[in-house]
Design a protein around this ligand. Structure first.
Ligand code: ADP
Ligand code: MG
Length: 625
């Protein structure tokens, strides 16, 4: 160190002392953030010089490019971070490092007063002062751009600091030198330093170099912040390379969203939708993979809700200068800026998806098969109707009418005159539900039914009741009435229903089945099957109830409506036999078996399986083969 002149000792501002006290006595594990803070200050200083040089071009010398240099002297336990940025004069040193002017540190203090947890240090940056977590002494030598005098600031963090003038001039900029405490010697290790730089500071605008033992400079931050380049200047190779680094999934991006937003809130997003589905997409602990940056400095990717959970297939970064660098995770959760960025990003993603779906269904289907089920989780969340409808409008479904996936608008365009509802049926696979008895009447009458086969479909369909003015209706509902789509001939036949024989057989069914059913009614939708289960308006969906039972959230069954197809030969037979001979045990067994059959068709388990087999065997004994 050079000679200094006229050194003054000054006391820290009371608030700085408080911060220092906390920082120095913290046992916080994540001490490595001090380097992130110092590099970010150096990078800010370079930004400031660049900005100033627009007004005063003499400040910048093109032979001396802006950069940040890290060097260590293991023998002296010294770590230095040097920049050739704006620099500080005596007053700057006192104002910037002796008092708390910045809001990040101020917020930290406020939070500390509420919560005594030391963890907060890692979550906030506490800026420059975090160097005292690892250093017993910090020296700042600096010369401000355009000024002749060089200054030195020094402190051990114990309430006082000194400022003096250096007798010789140093190069423009700032050199921060830390005497690293012996127990923190890991921070003198090149690999440790490199690791911290690539984690937090990889994308900052300026090269971060390390001076090795041979005195050579090695660049530590490898990748440039490609998101800050104009959109059309980023090549496909650059995107692929960046995507590979950030996404940790194979393949190339299926879609790239690169935008600079200059509205009320400034931010850049560079987001990718992968073309391959990650294996842990549905893992409950899966972390969000959109990284948050503030002016190219990495902040966090932990649990920040910068994108909604249902867009968790997105990979990439969001960079906003409107967030403080020292923002904590707690404040991130409830931050207004984050909330606004999230809303605007969500709208953008959905509208890009919508465009893509219209342009090329085949391409879109690839995306949909990978991530459609995740996107549909969004339908279960509380949100304004127009947002929910926007999500619904990019959803694709299997259908009884088309081998290709169909959108909700396609469905509406094909609705029959007089059709009020969007009909759907949920199940495990299209194969398993395509032949469901529930669909027979719809297929016969050429009414389209959406086949929903993702587990999430059972959930959203129980909370989303309409799209625009069209109501959704499960075909398993007892009040589905297809009569208005019947032919004249069918309407004629319906008149038979009023007859007494029919009424009394329904009555007999009710009597036999007792509590097993809620009621028994003539089916309006069955064609080839004799019988099916249905649910009343307002009742819980069959599959939903079963799911809740399996999850032990429900410990009873609600009796279902039994729909009977009175035109079916079996039902006709039973009716005839009942009319001719009255009650008997064979009829009773047959009614039970029909009921059990309806349960099986819906995937419901039969509670009394021994009763079922006994009745079936009784009947089989009577068959002559
Ligand atoms: P913040 O960066 O959030 O303002 P810090 O505690 O990190 O808070 O830094 C305090 C201030 O010190 C900065 O705002 C800046 O004015 C000044 N400063 C710190 N490091 C440098 C540097 N390397 N060059 C110029 N000024 C610096
Ligand atoms: Mg800072």
């Amino acid at each position: 160190m050079q000679n200094t002149q006229g050194t003054e000792n000054l006391r820290f501002d009371a608030e700085v002392s408080k911060v220092l006290n906390i920082v120095i006595h913290s046992l916080y594990a994540k001490k490595d953030i001090f380097l992130r803070e110092l590099i970010s200050n150096a990078s800010d200083a370079c930004d400031k010089l660049r900005y100033e040089s627009q007004l005063n071009p003499n400040l910048l010398d093109y032979n001396d490019p802006l950069k940040i240099i890290i060097s260590v002297d293991k023998e002296k336990n010294q770590l230095s971070i040097t920049d050739n940025g704006i620099g500080m004069n005596r007053q700057d040193l006192i104002d910037n490092l002796g008092t708390i002017a910045n809001s990040g540190t101020q917020k930290f203090l406020e939070a500390m007063q509420k919560n005594e947890s030391m963890d907060l240090i890692g979550k906030f940056g506490v800026g420059f002062y975090s160097s005292f977590m690892v250093a017993s002494e910090v020296t700042v030598e600096s010369r401000k751009a355009g000024e002749e005098e060089s200054w030195v600031w020094k402190s051990t963090g114990n309430g006082e600091y000194s400022v003096g003038k250096l007798s010789d001039q140093i190069p423009r900029g700032t050199k921060v030198t830390l005497i690293i405490r012996t127990e923190e010697a890991e921070f003198l290790d090149k690999f440790r330093i490199e690791n911290i730089v690539t984690t937090y500071s990889d994308h900052i605008n300026y090269p971060v170099e390390f001076i090795n033992e041979k005195g050579e400079n090695e660049k530590l931050n490898s990748r440039a912040a490609i998101w800050t380049k104009p959109k059309n200047e980023v090549t496909t190779e650059e995107h692929n390379e960046f995507f590979r680094n950030i996404a940790h999934v194979g393949g190339e991006p299926w879609m790239i969203l690169h935008n600079k937003n200059e509205g009320a809130i400034e931010y850049i997003n560079l987001l990718y939708i992968p073309s391959i589905k990650p294996f842990d997409l549905f893992h409950p602990d899966r972390r969000c993979s959109v990284k948050l940056y503030v002016n190219k400095v990495f902040i966090t990717e932990d649990n920040v809700q910068i994108i909604p959970q249902y867009l968790r297939f997105l990979k990439g970064i969001v960079d906003s200068p409107d967030l403080p660098l020292n923002i904590s995770r707690e404040t991130l959760q409830s931050n207004r800026v984050i909330e606004q960025i999230k809303n605007s990003l969500t709208k953008r993603v959905i509208s890009e998806l919508s465009k893509k779906a219209k342009e090329n269904l085949e391409e879109y289907t690839k995306f949909w098969n990978n991530f459609g089920a995740v996107l549909k989780e969004g339908l279960c969340e509380a949100m304004p109707t127009d947002e929910r409808e926007a999500i619904l409008s990019v959803c694709k479904f299997h259908s009884t009418k088309d081998d290709k996936l169909v959108g909700i608008e396609d469905y509406i365009n094909r609705m029959k005159p007089g059709q009020e509802y969007i009909y759907y049926l949920t199940g495990n696979s299209t194969d398993s539900i395509k032949n469901s008895p529930q669909l027979e009447g719809f297929v016969n009458k050429d009414l389209e039914v959406l086949l929903l086969i993702d587990p999430v479909d059972d959930f959203w369909s129980s909370v989303v009741h309409e799209y625009k003015n069209y109501k959704f209706k499960s075909v398993t509902r007892a009040d589905v009435d297809l009569e208005k789509f019947s032919s004249e001939e069918e309407k004629e036949e319906k008149k038979d229903e009023k007859n007494e024989e029919v009424n009394s057989i329904l009555q007999y069914f009710t009597e036999v089945l007792g509590n097993l059913v809620k009621n028994v009614k003539i089916s309006r939708k069955l064609a080839d099957s004799p019988i099916c289960l249905a649910v009343d308006e307002g009742g819980m969906d069959l599959r939903m109830e079963r799911f809740l039972r399996e999850q032990k959230q429900l410990n009873y069954r609600t009796p279902k409506v039994l729909e009977v197809n009175i035109k079916h030969p079996i039902i006709k037979n039973i009716t005839k036999s009942y009319t001719d001979h009255g009650k008997n045990s064979i009829l009773e067994d047959t009614i039970y078996l029909l009921f059990y059959q309806a349960c099986i068709a819906e995937g419901e388990e039969i509670e009394n399986i021994s009763d079922f087999t006994r009745k079936l065997n009784n009947l089989l004994c009577k068959v002559t083969i």
